[in-house]
Ligand binder design. Structure first.
Ligand code: BES
Ligand code: ZN
Length: 630
C-alpha cells in the first residue's frame, strides 16, 4: 500500500517544526573536540560582540529552507553552549537577521534582546540562558550580505537560479546567529531544504543521499565534526554536477562548465599528496571544490572540504591553478591553525601563500614557482613605493584599527618572511618547524605573538639569533627588513630583456605565444605604461590581448588600456565588468576609470549603473567606496 500522503505531511511538518529531529554527529559532542579560547590581550577580537569567557557556542545545528523566490533563508539554529559558573547570558553576533523566537532545547521560551546595530559588526543578540545549555533560535535572513542569489541569467546554464555564501571575514552573522569570531571554533551540522532540481553543497561532509520531501523540495544533510572558525561555514546551491578527480578529490560545477573545470583542476589529487608530503596529513577527509558562476567575489575561498572557486581561473592550460594550491594550503594554514583576530590575517594568508608556492613547485616545477615568487615580490615593492616604507599598514601584524596596505603585505610580504626563514635555516629545518607549528596548534586559534615566540624558541633558538634574523621587525615593523630573500634574478631575465627591447626599439616579443602566463603577466607589468592609441592597437593586434581566454592577462590589458584612455577598450571593459564579479578585477578597473577624470568617471558611472546589482555585497561595497570619492 502506498502511503504517500501521510508521509509527505509528516515530512512537511518535521521541516516546519525546526530542529528537534536533527541527528547529532557522535563526535560533535566529544569534549576533546571543544577547542579552547585564547584569553590573552593579543587574541581579543574587536569584531565580535561575543564574550566567550562568559558563555560560548560549541556546536551549531542549522535547519534552513532556501527560498529562491523571496531570496530568503529561514528556519532555526540550535546552539550548544558552554558557560562559566554563574553565567546567565550568552551574546551572539547577528546582522540584519529577523529573530522570530528563542527557546531552550526543550522548547521553553527564553528572554532575549536585540541590541543596537553598528554598521560593521551588526547587532548583539543577548539571550538569558539560565540553566539552559542548548538554545534554539527561529529566524529568517532576507537581506544577507554573505549570500548572493543569482538569477538564471547570471548562470552558465541560464535556466535555474543559484545561491552561494561568502562568510569571511564577518559576513556569516548575516545568515547564521552565532558567535562569529575566528577564535571561537564550533562543530556544526545542517539540514537544508531546497527546490528540485537544485543540488546543495556545504563546507561539511554530505550525509547520504538527499531526501525527497514530496513537495518539490529535497532535504540535504551535512556534518562538520571538527571544530572550525564560524566564517568557514558555507553553502552553495544550483543546477550543479560532480566529477571525480581522485579517491578523495572532486569538483562540482554547472553542467555547462563541468568539463572545463574538471580539466583545469585535474592536478588536485596530486596537490593534496604533495601538501601532505610537505607538512603532514590532510585532516579533513575529502577535498572537493565547486566552480561557481563568475559573480563570486573572490578568486577562491577555502571552505573546508569544499573550496569555492571563481570560474575566471579557468584558462584552459592550468596556468592559473596556483589558486587551487592556495585554497588547498589553507587546509593547514587558516583552517587548521587560524588567526584569532583579523589583524593577524597574515597567519592565514601569508603562510598559505608560502605553502601554495611550495605546492606549485612540486607539481609544476621550479621555474614556474620562482616566476610566481618574482611576481609577488614586485607587488610588495610596488605597494611599499606607493604607500611608503614607513606606513603602519605595511606591518604584518595589524593592531586593531590600522588599515592594512592590502594583499601585497598580508599575502606576499607574509610569504616573503617565511621564504627568508627558509633561506636562513635551510628547507629541512624550516619545513620541520612549520610542520610542528601546524601539528601543535591544530584546530586552534593563533596570534602573531604566538608565532613570534614559537619561532624564537623552536627555529632561531635564542634571543640573539632572533635579533639577527630581525624576527620582531618582520612581524611588527612596517617596510621590508633588509635580510629579505630576494627573488631569483634570472626568473624573468628573458622577459625583462624583451620588455626593454619593446621600450627601446618598439620590438614586439616574438616568443609571446610560447611564454608562460607568469611571463606574459610580467611583460604587461613592466612595459612602459604610458602608451598612445597606435601603440596599444599594435600590441593588441600582435599579441591578441583583448581576446585572450586568460582573465589575469585580460585584466592587465584592460588596466593598461583604460589608464591610457584607449577608446576601443571601453566596450571590452564593459563586457568584462558585466560578466565578472571578482572584486580583485572589478575594483581596480573602476578605480582606473575613476582616476581618469571626467572621461573615465562618466564611463564608470554608466557601467556601474548597469552592473552594480549583479555584484556580491563584497564587490559592491568596494566599488561604492571608489564612486563616493568625488
Ligand atoms: N581567504 C581568502 C579570501 C578572503 C580573504 C576572503 C579575506 C575574505 C577576506 C582566499 O583564500 C584567497 O586568498 N583568495 C585569493 C586567492 C589568490 C591569492 C590565489 C583571491 O581570491 O584572489
Ligand atoms: Zn587565501
Amino acid at each position: 500500500m502506498r502511503r504517500l500522503l501521510p508521509l509527505a505531511s509528516i515530512l512537511l511538518a518535521t521541516s516546519a517544526c525546526t530542529t528537534t529531529d536533527v541527528a547529532v554527529a557522535p563526535d560533535a559532542r566529544d569534549p576533546v573536540m571543544i577547542a579552547p579560547i585564547l584569553t590573552s590581550a593579543d587574541a581579543l577580537d574587536t569584531s565580535t560582540y561575543a564574550q566567550p569567557q562568559v558563555a560560548r557556542v560549541t556546536h551549531v545545528a542549522l535547519d534552513l529552507d532556501l527560498d529562491f523566490e523571496r531570496k530568503r533563508v529561514a528556519g532555526s539554529a540550535l546552539l550548544d553552549v558552554q558557560a562559566a559558573p554563574g553565567a546567565d547570558e550568552i551574546v551572539l553576533d547577528t546582522k540584519k537577521l529577523t529573530v522570530i523566537a528563542v527557546s531552550d532545547g526543550a522548547g521553553t521560551p527564553l528572554v532575549w534582546n536585540m541590541g543596537q546595530t553598528d554598521g560593521e559588526r551588526g547587532a548583539p543578540l543577548t539571550i538569558a540562558i539560565g540553566d539552559a545549555r542548548r538554545i534554539s533560535i527561529t529566524y529568517a535572513a532576507s537581506d544577507a550580505d554573505a549570500l548572493q542569489w543569482l538569477s538564471p541569467e547570471q548562470t552558465a546554464g541560464g535556466k535555474h537560479p543559484f545561491l552561494f555564501s561568502q562568510g569571511q571575514a564577518i559576513l556569516n552573522r548575516t545568515w547564521i546567529p552565532t558567535q562569529d569570531s575566528p577564535g571561537i571554533r564550533q562543530t556544526w551540522e545542517a539540514r537544508i531544504t531546497a527546490p528540485k532540481p537544485l543540488d546543495v553543497v556545504m563546507s561539511g561532509i554530505a550525509q547520504a543521499e538527499p531526501e525527497d520531501l514530496g513537495d518539490g523540495r529535497r532535504a540535504f544533510r551535512f556534518v562538520m565534526d571538527k571544530p572550525v572558525a564560524p566564517y568557514l561555514i558555507a553553502i552553495a546551491a544550483g543546477d550543479i554536477d560532480f566529477a571525480a578527480i581522485g579517491p578523495r578529490t572532486g569538483v562540482w560545477a554547472e553542467p555547462a562548465t563541468l568539463e572545463r573545470a574538471r580539466y583545469e583542476v585535474a592536478d588536485t589529487e596530486a596537490m593534496v599528496e604533495a601538501a601532505e608530503r610537505l607538512y603532514g596529513p590532510y585532516r579533513w577527509g575529502r577535498y572537493d571544490m565547486i566552480v561557481l558562476p563568475p559573480a563570486f567575489p573572490y578568486g577562491g575561498m577555502e571552505n573546508p572540504v569544499m573550496t569555492f572557486l571563481t570560474p575566471t581561473f579557468i584558462a584552459g592550460d592550468r596556468s592559473l591553478t596556483g589558486l587551487v594550491a592556495h585554497e588547498l594550503a589553507h587546509s593547514w594554514s587558516g583552517n587548521l591553525v587560524t588567526n584569532a583576530v583579523w589583524g593577524d590575517g597574515w597567519l592565514n594568508e601569508g603562510v598559505t601563500s608560502y605553502f601554495e608556492n611550495r605546492i606549485v613547485e612540486e607539481i609544476y616545477g621550479e621555474k614556474r614557482a620562482k616566476q610566481e615568487v618574482a611576481l609577488d615580490y614586485m607587488a610588495i615593492i610596488e605597494t611599499l613605493e606607493e604607500v611608503g616604507y614607513e606606513a603602519p599598514g605595511t606591518a604584518l601584524h595589524q593592531p586593531d584599527g590600522t588599515d592594512s596596505a592590502g594583499s601585497a603585505i598580508v599575502y606576499n610580504k607574509g610569504a616573503a618572511f617565511l621564504r627568508t626563514l627558509e633561506r636562513e635555516y635551510g628547507r629541512e629545518r624550516f619545513d620541520a618547524w612549520l610542520r610542528q607549528w601546524f601539528d601543535r596548534h591544530a584546530f586552534q586559534p593563533a596570534t602573531s605573538l604566538m608565532i613570534y615566540e614559537d619561532l624564537k624558541t623552536n627555529l632561531a633558538g635564542s634571543e640573539a639569533e632572533a635579533e639577527r634574523i630581525k624576527l620582531r621587525d618582520w612581524i611588527y615593523a612596517p617596510g621590508l627588513p633588509s635580510n629579505v630573500a630576494k627573488p631569483d634574478p634570472v626568473a624573468f631575465a628573458e622577459i625583462d630583456a624583451a620588455s626593454a627591447d619593446y621600450a627601446g626599439a618598439g620590438s614586439i616579443p616574438g616568443g609571446w605565444r610560447d611564454w608562460t602566463s607568469a611571463e606574459r603577466q610580467r611583460f604587461l607589468q613592466t612595459l612602459p605604461q604610458a602608451r598612445t592609441a597606435a601603440e596599444l592597437a599594435r600590441l593588441d593586434e600582435a599579441l591578441g590581448l583583448s581576446t585572450t581566454g586568460n582573465n589575469e592577462e585580460l585584466f592587465l590589458w584592460l588596466e593598461l588600456a583604460l589608464a591610457n584612455r584607449y577608446a576601443p577598450a571601453v566596450s571590452q571593459a564593459e563586457a568584462f565588468l558585466a560578466r565578472v564579479g571578482r572584486a580583485k578585477f572589478v575594483r581596480p578597473l573602476f578605480q582606473t576609470l575613476w582616476d581618469q577624470g571626467d572621461w573615465g568617471r562618466e564611463i564608470a558611472r554608466r557601467i556601474y549603473g548597469e552592473t552594480r546589482s549583479s555584484y556580491h555585497a563584497v564587490t559592491r561595497s568596494g566599488v561604492d567606496r571608489i564612486m563616493a570619492k568625488d
